[in-house]
Design a protein around this ligand. Structure first.
Ligand code: GAL
Length: 738
């Protein structure tokens, strides 16, 4: 490519032919949705997007392509009324070559019809699906200008990765309009921008496409990409003036029956599934917010893997996974249903589009080439497996099933094991699932979810059981060397179809809510890292005598990686507790359980006696590292509103999350407060952006959130967050857009 022109602004949109056009920016969602209780057919329409195209003067034979990163679910594209092309499937990119006639300074009319109905000819549609597929042009669109002799893609592979001298080779897709000659140069550049190696060839090519092999041979002093040090190189290929740049990481990822090995070291996979959706705007979140999700999973929940359930997700999300060292299991769109041959052909094409887009991401270690939880289908899955093997020989292949004794065409038997119903069996042993005589690489790709939906404002007993179930399955995964790991259902609550969820169009299956606020169960994952990374201390309680049945707070689960804790009740002496739950003993850091043996009821007071403050302290190497203070008399004391970012970017739509919490005098969230919050943008700021969703809402479980969205203009976005009917100070936020 010589140049990319982003087409994110200046679109006109109408949902149906009866509507008037409105001005919009990308990413865009067909309909701004309520938080819950909405009819999902409201966005399932055939809409129209229009835009003027101005294409700079091109040199002879230069090629312009119109690229869409993702349009849900079927797009038909016209320029000046001429049909340019169509694309089926909402999660993978597509591009069309613009006709030569456009290659001048004139303006032209681009029109895209976007069909967001659940068309039976396109995966994942045809049956029921437990998630929503929000309509619209919800990812980037660009005009990409290429030379007549150009590079359209490149795939790089490391070899002898674990030896002191590591190999690097690549395959470069060279496309030429005519018979031509060019100078191909491929540079490997390190993070400081220094040239590490270069490979040069003079190419003589026929008209058409060809894959050109390059081999750098063995390279010295190459840094590995790992979970702790995700070192990324840049590989810049140039063919005359045409350039293709990608990032690359040297790492070896191998699934064996006895575990997953990253760079030769066994890593127990501890992950969660992620849907790429948010309140109100569905999938249509800009780069920054996509990246933030990866940060939350890696740095807040301390996971080592995310499954992009159930489709290829934003490139910004994957890029961030590369940067921070979060492994990815990526899969094609689908949910239980397999359609006819034409439908299957689209799914095979989805495999190709996914792999050709993402094969240079070091974070991606596994391709999912089956329709999530579908039945066996030999012919179809031979095709998806063949496609994946043909395109990428370096990565393992999986495909998520929920059936036992399923035909095993892949490299990793990826299984949703929902056996934990709270009655004592946490995970099944792999051979009882696979029905095979031998052991194979085996990964648990879902558990919990619908087995125990839990809301952020649910009562303490339910939340404690939610915590236990996540801990139990992770414990079972750690206990069994023939389970490479377990990926829970799921990271975040999500809007869904009427056929699923709590009746309000939400599946409360997350360890976080839709704003990524933590439920207690989030700390099951958080607490599994060394306290050197973060000391975690989370007592699973609201600290009240009368919240649980029968009263009291025992037994108290404390999710922690501290060596021991002390518990104080009022002025009484601090009691030391270090007993870890023996039935969760395989976890790196099993929870500490404060039971009546550790603290007799007389020390905490009985029903009818005074309730007192609680202080829990966590110690590592006998040093106090964390303190949780819980008030006997929690009262609304402070409203906090914290933005993820106080600097946003102008030019295109940007967004940031603001988390709102009502805290008591000890700094704890008031878990049952549904106080009303009002958010106001000042007059000037209203020209710079908006609040996604309503500007008044009630807290849920004492907390909530909203996203501030910009419109590309620079300035300062100022907003005030007030709590109604309480004399508490409001919070003012000022966010720079530069
Ligand atoms: C699985 C499915 C997920 C989700 C989950 C809820 O069967 O693969 O998409 O519906 O159940 O627990």
């Amino acid at each position: 490519m010589i140049k990319r022109i982003e087409l994110m602004n200046d679109w006109r949109f109408r949902l149906t032919d009866n509507d008037a056009f409105e001005s919009i920016q990308l990413p865009h969602n067909h309909v701004e949705l309520p938080f819950n209780y909405f009819d999902e057919t409201c966005y399932q329409k055939v809409s129209t997007y229009e835009r003027t195209l101005t294409i700079p003067k091109l040199l002879e034979n230069q090629v312009t392509k119109l690229r869409f990163e993702g349009v849900m679910a079927y797009a038909k594209v016209y320029v000046d009324g001429e049909f340019l092309g169509e694309h089926k499937g909402g999660y993978t990119p597509f591009e069309f070559t613009l006709p030569q006639v456009l290659e001048d300074q004139e303006t032209h009319q681009l029109r895209v019809f976007v069909d967001a109905t659940e068309r039976e000819d396109i995966p994942p549609f045809g049956g029921q699906i437990d998630y929503l597929t929000y309509g619209g042009i919800y990812r980037e669109v660009s005009i990409d200008i290429y030379s007549p002799l150009r590079i359209e893609n490149a795939k790089y592979e490391a070899y002898q990765t674990l030896l002191p001298e590591k190999g690097l080779r690549g395959q470069i897709l060279v496309v030429s309009e005519t018979e031509a000659e060019g100078h191909l140069r491929v540079n490997l550049v390190d993070q400081k921008g220094a040239l590490v190696a270069t490979n040069e060839t003079v190419l003589r090519v026929e008209a058409g496409d060809q894959w050109v092999q390059v081999d750098f041979g063995l390279l010295k002093e190459i840094q590995l990409w790992s979970l702790d040090k995700p070192y990324l190189y840049e590989i810049k290929a140039s063919l005359n003036e045409d350039i293709f740049v990608t990032r690359f990481g040297f790492r070896e990822a191998v699934f064996q029956a006895d575990g997953f090995y990253l760079n030769g070291e066994r890593v127990k996979i501890r992950g969660l599934n992620r849907h790429q959706s948010w309140p109100y705007v569905g999938y249509a979140m800009p780069k920054r917010v996509q990246e933030k999700d990866a940060d939350i999973l890696k740095s807040q929940l301390h996971l080592n893997l995310v499954r992009t359930s159930h489709y290829p997700q934003s490139i910004h999300f994957l890029n961030r996974c590369d940067e921070i060292g979060l492994l990815v299991f990526e899969e094609i769109p689908g949910w239980q249903y397999i359609g006819d041959e034409a439908w299957q052909a689209v799914a095979v094409e989805n495999v190709r589009e996914m792999i050709e887009r993402d094969w240079n991401h070091p974070s991606v270690i596994l391709w999912g080439v089956r329709i999530n939880e579908s039945a066996d289908n030999h012919d179809f899955y031979e095709k998806t497996n063949d496609m994946a093997r043909r395109l990428d020989t370096t990565r393992a292949i999986g495909g998520v099933r929920c059936i036992d004794n399923s035909e095993f065409l892949e490299d990793v038997y990826t299984m949703n094991d929902f056996v934990n119903d709270g009655r004592g069996t946490y995970l099944r042993e792999q051979q009882s699932v696979t029905g095979r005589a031998d052991k194979v690489p085996y990964l648990v790709t879902e558990y919990n979810g619908h087995m125990y939906p839990t809301k952020i404002y649910d009562n303490e007993e339910r939340q404690a059981e939610h915590v236990l179930r996540h801990a139990q399955v992770q414990h079972a995964s750690y206990a069994d060397p023939y389970i490479t790991g377990a990926i829970g259902w799921c990271a975040f609550d999500y809007n869904t179809h009427k056929d699923f969820g709590a009746g309000d169009r939400i599946c409360y299956h997350g360890v976080m809510d839709m704003f990524r606020n933590e439920k207690f169960a989030a700390s099951v994952y958080k607490s599994q890292v060394s306290p050197d990374v973060e000391a975690v201390l989370k007592p699973v309680t609201f600290w009240a005598r009368g919240e649980r049945s029968i009263g009291g707070i025992l037994p108290l689960i404390v999710l922690t990686n501290c060596d021991y804790i002390t518990v104080s009740f009022g002025a009484s002496e601090a009691l030391r507790v270090d007993k870890r739950a023996p039935e969760l003993g395989s976890l790196p850091y099993p929870p500490i359980i404060v039971d009546m043996e550790a603290i007799p009821p007389s020390k905490l007071g009985e029903w009818g006696m005074r309730w007192e403050d609680g202080i829990i302290r966590g110690y590592v190497n006998n040093q106090l590292v964390s303190t949780v203070h819980m008030s006997k008399n929690p009262l609304p004391t402070t409203l906090i509103a914290v933005a993820d970012d106080n600097q946003l970017t102008s030019g295109v739509k940007d967004a940031t999350r603001v988390i709102v919490k009502l805290l008591d005098q000890a700094g704890q969230v008031l878990p049952f407060s549904d106080a009303i919050i009002s958010v106001t943008l000042d007059d000037e700021s209203q020209n710079l952006g908006r609040i996604q969703g309503p500007s008044q809402f009630t807290l849920q479980g004492g907390q909530f959130g909203f996203y501030l969205e910009t419109n590309g203009k620079p300035g300062q976005l100022r907003c005030a967050i007030n709590i109604l009917n309480m004399k508490l100070a409001s919070v003012e936020l000022a966010i720079e857009i530069a």
